[in-house]
Design a protein around this ligand. Structure first.
Ligand SMILES: [Zn+2]
Length: 318
């Protein structure tokens, strides 16, 4: 487990802070991060993974985002054993390879409800230990070259994350952030990148706590997160739906402007997503087939148009 003597800092965080004034010098003299130890992670050999179908691509740069998912499908089991963690790792890999046709497990790591951390895609653990390169995974749409992904066993739309799982997730994310010098404000939910509910309302709502805890462990100030887009679902009502409908009409879609996310609006959003290749091919471990037509982080910029994303974000969040 060789680790270099490179001094780890968050230049990115310092530079981001310059926007709030006078912190350029701070970026240049960023304090070293507090060391974060590697948590116990069970490798693909330990849970007896199948070999990948082709060579794992390793990119010559670190990831820029840590993306949190939930698996949804297996439900919230009471089985909290290491055997269960291995079983779910095997099940996810089989699903991704046999059903999705992927070369290997999509995400880089998995955290079981019992709090056991397993390696997902082969080589993810060795490359994470290096801290300079990134295994190309398959867990988000279009940003896999920059995003490292963690699947959390369970469904966290309404249920709380068990304390053991939360503790292990925090340990893993803090270690990743340390190894890759990723500022805590770049710890995001899948929802922040794609039009999906993942990682569920409950877990998504806890990400601010996760960012705060990681900032404490790294000994770095927490700069504000980048602006987030709202997630709208069929059946939703209100001003944000109305804004979406007006923008859809500007693009020729025949939708009402009643502020109700009905079937016509859903169809228009789904068609827009399809036209841009955003059919949720990414996160199959957590993809729900009933999410067709959801309007989220990858669709809003298309509706805004070039150069108008900040203006739209202001309208949606005021
Ligand atoms: Zn996801």
């Amino acid at each position: 487990m060789a680790r270099g003597f490179r001094r780890r800092t968050l230049l990115g965080a310092g530079l981001a802070a310059t926007a709030t004034g006078g912190l350029t010098a701070r970026a240049a003299t960023a304090a070293p991060l507090t060391h974060v130890s590697e948590p116990t992670i069970y490798g693909t050999d330990e849970w007896v993974a199948r070999p990948p179908n082709s060579e794992i691509a390793v990119l010559d740069h670190p990831p820029r985002y840590i993306v949190v998912h939930h698996t949804v499908s297996p439900g919230n089991t009471g089985e909290l054993t290491l055997d269960r963690a291995f079983e779910i790792s095997q099940a996810i890999q089989s699903f991704h390879m046999d059903s999705n046709g992927w070369i290997d497990t999509g995400q880089h790591f998995t955290v079981s409800r019992g709090g056991y951390i397993t390696e997902g895609r082969h080589r993810s653990l060795a490359i994470l230990r290096e801290g300079t390169r990134h295994v190309y995974g398959t867990h988000v749409s279009g940003r896999n070259s920059r995003a490292i992904g963690i699947e959390n066993e369970g469904n966290y739309v309404a249920a709380e994350v068990p304390a053991t799982q939360w503790a292990s997730l925090t340990d893993l994310v803090a270690y990743m952030a340390y190894q890759y010098e990723i500022p805590p404000n770049r710890i995001v939910g899948h929802r922040d990148l794609d039009s999906t509910e993942c990682p569920g309302e409950e877990l998504y709502g806890q990400l601010a706590d996760l960012r705060g805890e990681v900032a404490v462990r790294l000994g770095t100030p927490l700069v504000p997160s980048f602006p987030q887009w709202p997630l709208l679902r069929p059946g939703d009502r209100g001003e944000q739906v109305l804004v979406a409908q007006r923008l859809l009409r500007e693009r020729g879609a025949r939708v009402p402007t009643d502020g109700v996310f009905g079937p016509a609006t859903r169809e228009a959003v789904a068609n827009l997503a399809s036209a841009h290749g955003l059919d949720m091919p990414g996160c199959a471990a957590c993809t729900r087939t009933d999410e067709r037509g959801f309007l989220g982080a990858d669709i809003w910029p298309l509706l805004a148009g070039p150069g108008r994303t900040r203006e739209l974000q202001r309208r949606l969040t005021r």
